[in-house]
Design a protein around this ligand. Structure first.
Ligand code: P6P
Length: 297
């Protein structure tokens, strides 16, 4: 079944927005060859921007601007929320146009991550999201979406169409883990948690690309974490652009998420570049994380 067909079962605005992301993913995936050089600029996080980052951001923003449904776009590559004055619709979009872009140089999978809020307020808690999707540019180009009726994956075929690969994905308990941060910077609680996982036989899988590392956990179960570090209590990943959409998808697939104390989806964003420690994955691994981070173990 093609993506367009599958989307007939969801709200028509959401269908339009997800089809738009899929259309632009076809363009972006060919851009890795032509736009893979440093732009000589930095984003608000002080991270060097690849031309790809800015190019993908522009392609997706222009599509959201043209479609008429989107009122605001918050992008990881932009310092402010962008208002689309002529919009008829009220949708708010959070956008990480190319997550993990530093992995392009070594040909590892990278992703586009999108959150969708019908009421337009992207500074809402993640639990208020109406839909989320991500594109993974790997050996296959795939798109995963949820509109609160299950999690579904599509793969781009040789004709450039996205066709159903897996429907109603359910995250198993599984046994892989990926943790960001240098071991020497981990807190004692996090170190004990990781040691416990390894004692249980969890295998390390970490690429440096959140979208790719999350996708592994969605399929195989386990946990991805970018924890609080000794000198960085909020970790690295951004609540709006990375943590909320993936935590929303994880929950819809039967998984869970936490910052160590509460669900990622229950955290009220305080600012556009709000960073949070994140543990996202299978229910058992997330419960154990809260026990360790809460000092109960
Ligand atoms: P580190 C990419 O820059 C990113 O935001 C995520 O995609 C990824 O999980 C993390 O940072 C990698 O960070 O410190 O391991 O390079």
């Amino acid at each position: 079944m093609r993506l367009e067909e599958h989307l007939k079962s969801v709200d028509k605005d959401i269908a339009c927005l997800i089809n738009l992301v899929a259309e632009k993913a076809k363009v972006i995936q060919w851009g890795f060859l032509s736009h893979n050089f440093y732009a000589g600029t930095e984003n608000i996080y002080g991270e060097e921007q690849l031309e790809m980052d800015k190019w993908a951001d522009r392609i997706l923003f222009e599509a959201f601007e043209e479609c008429g449904l989107v009122k605001t776009v918050a992008s990881e590559e932009q310092a402010e929320i962008q208002e689309i004055v002529k919009a008829k619709g009220t949708w708010g979009i959070t956008l990480d146009p190319l997550d993990g872009v530093s992995c392009v140089e070594t040909n590892l999978a990278v992703g586009t991550i999108v959150g969708m809020f019908n009421e337009g307020n992207v500074m809402e808690k993640g639990e208020k999201m109406d839909a989320a999707c991500y594109v993974l540019y790997g050996p296959l180009t795939t798109l995963v979406y949820t509109a609160k009726k299950g999690v579904h994956e599509f793969v781009m075929n040789k004709d450039g169409d996205f066709v159903l690969r897996k429907e109603n994905i359910k995250m198993p308990e599984g046994n892989i883990y990926g943790s960001g941060g240098l071991n020497k910077d981990w807190t004692p609680e996090h170190e004990k948690y990781i040691k416990d996982l390894e004692k249980q036989g969890y295998k390390l899988r970490y690429s440096g690309s959140f979208a790719a590392d999350f996708h592994q956990v969605l399929y195989k179960g386990g946990v991805f974490t970018y924890p609080a570090l000794k000198e960085k209590p909020n970790g690295k990943l951004r609540l709006l652009f990375e943590c909320n959409p993936m935590s929303f998808i994880a929950k819809e697939a039967g998984g869970d998420s936490t910052n160590g104390e509460q669900s990622i989806l229950s955290i009220k964003p305080e600012k556009l570049d709000h960073r949070v420690p994140i543990y996202v994955g299978s229910k058992g691994a997330i419960k154990l994380a809260e026990e360790y981070m809460g000092g109960k173990k």
